[in-house]
Design a protein around this ligand. Structure first.
Ligand code: NBP
Length: 471
């Protein structure tokens, strides 16, 4: 046995990850259900001068025997049942102390179940969130590790080496037992949904309120990428807006149908947040916005009923839009990190918020300058809501008036702003000491005798309500 590590599943993600591992000097055994993919992979590895580090194995038993003990075996097959099938196929060949490292986009509860299933058998299970798509896998993804801590140490050197680097620091970290890694990856994706939707809402105002064409919009995003919004998503937004369709010469973005797809991680984030009672309205809004977008036919019919939106004069500047986006982003990240903090508490993971912000600074879709500021702020201590972390209080004080102005202009100009308005309402709810749930509690007691609290008198008190029977 000579391979440092093994990898099963040579589709897009697996083959790029395997090349990345070989490039870092590790010998890797590779296997795929369909053997022809292994041959194709060897050709690619040869073209990149990496075939000397690759041990191709079409037979699963040979593949396993070729890996040094205790074995670390990465599986990068389609999420869902194929992962369970693969685990069952591997089990008879594995020995105590070996580990399966599952790197796909798995639901964290599935990862937890698999971890619990393998633990009594003495087989380690690591559920690893890998962000950054194909390019990330090849040149350095952000890697969020969860699962068996002991076996993590066996694979730590390889995973740390292949991860993206930010100022020389690896964007890979062990975050906690069981499904911790995949949970954090899911919330990463939820935050990504929020970022994308808020950018799209601002683009809507530029296009339909300020009358800007895609080229002009692209220039603005290019400029914004030099400032506090500097991030991968702002950068690619500039490129998408600048792209021209080769067939017609028209801006490509204007030809793309306005129906957004989703694969489920946004929904999983929103469900996890709701289940734990943590408000994550920006993520929920972003998921809802994609769902509404997909109902194109209904939207066309509804516009015919209500008429075209009455846009009028949009009284916002580009500087307002930039600051509104920053304020929305702070709220959205505050919510996402609050979900992570709560999950950490509920599951006994000790999810370090500063570390999570750190490993998202490079290699993943939401990488940004902002996350560097966040990790620095969280490193000063505590898992507090970002809205009360001093550095961000100053940013929020400076930017929320713009968010308010933009959301107000959107309401007046009939622009949808599901995400930014949700972020503003969350902020306004979070920062007001006296809310309106006193009335809600009164209603709940009226119809259901649920009780209420009066400070100084005690809790579980009841009102004497008039009867509404027969009225
Ligand atoms: P796919 O998700 O398309 O899966 C294809 C691979 O799964 C092939 O190797 C295929 O083998 C194998 N496979 C299947 Br399908 N059923 C199997 C089974 N029952 N037993 C064994 N192998 C089976 O590959 P991908 O697009 O590279 O994605 C891999 C994982 O990474 C997924 O979980 C995906 O969601 C995730 N992903 C992440 C990102 C990201 O940005 N992080 C991007 C894209 C994908 P075959 O060749 O024999 O059919």
């Amino acid at each position: 046995s000579t391979a440092d590590i093994g990898l099963i599943g040579l589709a897009v993600m697996g083959s790029n990850l395997a090349l990345n591992i070989a490039e870092k000097g590790y010998t890797i055994a590779v296997h795929n259900r369909t053997a022809s993919k292994i041959d194709e992979f060897v050709v690619t590895a040869k073209e990149q001068g990496l075939d000397g580090k690759v041990i191709p194995k079409a037979d699963l038993s040979d593949f396993i025997q070729s890996i040094k003990r205790p074995r670390s075996i990465i599986i990068m097959v389609k999420a869902g049942k194929p992962v369970d099938d693969m685990i069952e196929q591997l089990l008879p060949h594995l020995e105590q102390g070996d580990a399966i490292i599952e790197c796909g986009n798995s639901l964290f509860t599935d990862t937890q179940r698999r971890f619990d299933y393998l633990k009594p058998k003495g087989i380690g299970y690591l559920g690893v969130g890998v962000s950054g798509g194909e390019e990330g896998a090849r040149h350095g993804p952000s890697i969020m590790v969860g699962g068996s801590k002991e076996q993590w140490h066996n694979a730590e050197a390889v995973l740390t080496a292949i991860a993206a680097k930010f100022n020389g620091e690896s964007c890979c970290a062990y975050l906690g037992e069981g499904g911790a890694g995949h949970f954090v990856k899911t919330i990463h994706n939820g935050i990504e949904y929020g970022d994308m939707q808020m950018i799209a809402e601002v683009y809507g105002v530029m296009r339909d309120g300020l009358g800007m064409n895609p080229t002009a919009c692209a220039e603005v995003f290019k400029e914004w990428n030099k400032g506090p919004l500097n991030s991968y998503l702002i950068e690619i937004t500039g490129h998408v807006l600048a792209a021209v369709d080769s067939q017609t010469g028209k801006p490509l973005v204007e030809l793309i149908l306005d129906k957004a797809g989703q694969k489920g991680t946004g929904v999983w984030s929103a469900i996890a947040a709701q289940q734990m009672g943590v408000p994550a309205t920006a993520i929920e809004g972003a998921v809802a916005a994609r769902s509404i977008s997909s109902r194109k036919e209904e939207r066309v019919a509804a516009e015919a009923i209500y008429g075209k939106p009455n846009r009028g004069n949009t009284d916002v500047t580009l500087a307002d839009l930039e600051k509104a986006l920053l304020a929305g982003k702070i709220v959205s990240y505050a919510q996402g990190f609050a979900v992570i903090a709560k999950a950490s508490e509920e599951n006994g993971w000790s999810l370090p918020l500063a570390t999570i912000a750190k490993i998202w600074r490079a290699g993943c879709i939401i990488r940004s300058r902002f996350l560097d500021q966040m990790s620095a702020a969280y490193a000063k201590g505590g898992n507090a809501n970002l809205l009360v972390v001093p550095d961000f209080v100053a940013l929020m004080k400076d930017s929320h008036p713009s968010l308010r102005k933009v959301v107000a202009a959107a309401a007046q100009g009939e622009f949808p702003m599901i995400c930014l308005s949700a972020a503003l309402s969350y902020f306004d709810s979070y920062r007001q000491a006296q809310g309106t749930a006193n009335l809600t509690q009164g209603q709940r007691d009226f119809f259901g005798a649920h009780g209420f609290e009066i400070v100084g008198r005690g809790s579980d008190l009841h009102g004497t309500w008039p009867s509404t029977l027969g009225k």
